[in-house]
Write a protein that binds this ligand. Structure first.
Ligand code: HEM
Ligand SMILES: *[C@@H]1O[C@H](CO)[C@@H](O)[C@H](O)[C@H]1NC(C)=O
Ligand SMILES: *[C@@H]1O[C@H](CO)[C@@H](O)[C@H](O)[C@H]1NC(C)=O
Length: 334
């Protein structure tokens, strides 16, 4: 009897192991460029570290860029393509255009890679490496990135609108949107911890929470009162023409804005989440309990974040003979 149970567990284990094995490695492989371009990951890391030394915000930009890439047509570097005369690209979408930063870091790494090993390292892999290197620099968390993504040839201005979450989303909407990409509720919450770094560039993303919340509340009652008055200094009022000053730099985590840590979750507990979609994590009992756990135990959050980043990096990747290895990340090969 015991040996039967033992056997069954054994085969369930190997089945599980086997299926994990196929989903993770049949397509992408950590250390892929070891023989074809041995310095590939070091070249990206040097570009990222140089950039972050000058401006830590670029690390935030690169992590966000990887997210915005993976959620739109999979991690295929479609976010990096410039518009052409006949086709405005993802860069022009409101979700990216005015606020996404770090493109030059990718271009610099790509130029050096093309010099050292032409036509070998995809822009999509560079972006995944760059996000990982930023996580290490700003958070001290290291992990391996499976590589072998190929670059897409299509980028369409409107697609980010349906594929990226809105700062007004409810938990149910966030859950739904992440589920569409194969990520579960806990992965969604863990990834939201990225809002522990970087900034918001437009008042209009959160100012309705301060001035025009709803019929009974001018101000979002979920927002801490002191925090709300701090935020009103940044975004004083809304007129019929729109937000008065819509060109701001408000940190997503005012306490440790350049440190990727679990401070974001502690902020949510005290009503200091900047986006409505951040604070919404406290309105749902399941996500609220995850937030409390991550807030209390940074060491629980970190591996969950790394796992979720890795899984995000596998969304709808192009492999094998699909797509191409772009020569220049801004334009498709001729
Ligand atoms: C859960 C749904 C999410 C929503 C609604 C959301 C929304 C936003 C918004 C509105 C901004 C400010 C943009 C601006 O200034 O215009 C922002 C910034 C940022 N987001 Fe998210 N985001 C989400 C998830 C994520 C995820 C999964 C990541 C990465 C893993 C991420 C990383 C970042 C970073 C690092 C910044 C700061 C960027 C910088 O300083 O350049 N976000 N996000
Ligand atoms: C969020 O909602 C507010 C108020 O309903 C609205 O003014 C704002 O444009 C919305 N923002 C986005 C990005 O949908
Ligand atoms: C306004 O928001 C508060 C807090 O979220 C909510 O309790 C209330 O029902 C809302 N009022 C209206 C009229 O929507």
């Amino acid at each position: 009897m015991l040996s039967l149970v033992h056997n069954m567990t054994g085969s369930i284990f190997s089945l599980l192991f086997f299926s994990l094995f196929i989903t993770c490695t049949a397509t992408l492989e950590a250390g892929l460029y070891r023989s074809t371009c041995p310095s590939a990951e070091a070249i990206v890391r040097r570009s990222v570290n140089r950039a972050i030394t000058q401006d830590p915000g670029l690390g935030a930009g690169l992590i966000r860029m990887h997210f915005h890439d993976c959620f739109v047509r999979g991690c295929d570097a479609s976010i990096l393509l410039d518009s052409t005369l006949s086709n405005p690209s993802e860069k022009e979408n409101q979700a990216n255009g005015p606020s996404l930063r770090g493109y030059e870091v990718i271009d610099e790494a790509k130029a050096e890679l093309e010099f050292n090993c032409p036509g070998t390292v995809s822009c999509a892999d560079i972006l995944a490496f760059a996000a990982r290197d930023s996580v290490l620099e700003l958070g001290g968390i290291s992990y391996q990135v499976p590589a072998g993504r190929r670059d897409g040839r299509v980028s369409i201005k409107d697609e980010p609108t349906q594929n990226l979450p809105s700062p007004n989303s409810t938990v149910e909407q966030l859950q739904q949107m992440f589920a569409t990409k194969g990520l579960n509720l806990q992965e969604m919450v863990a990834l939201s911890g990225a809002h522990s770094i970087g900034r918001v560039t437009r008042c209009s993303v959160f100012s309705h929470r301060l001035h025009t919340f709803n019929a009974t509340h001018v101000q979002d009652p979920a927002m801490d009162l002191n925090f709300a008055s701090e935020m009103k200094n940044n975004c004083p009022s809304i007129t019929s023409a729109g937000v008065v000053s819509d060109n701001v730099k408000v940190p997503l985590d005012g306490f440790t804005p350049s440190r990727l840590d679990n401070r974001y979750f502690r902020n949510l507990e005290t009503g200091r989440g900047l986006l409505a979609s951040d604070q919404a994590l406290m309105h749902n009992p399941r996500t609220a309990s995850m937030v409390r756990r991550f807030a209390k135990y940074g060491r629980v959050w970190m591996p969950k974040f790394v796992n979720a980043m890795t899984r995000m990096g596998l969304i709808e990747v192009l492999t094998g003979t699909q797509g191409e290895i772009r020569r220049n990340c801004k334009i498709v090969n001729l």
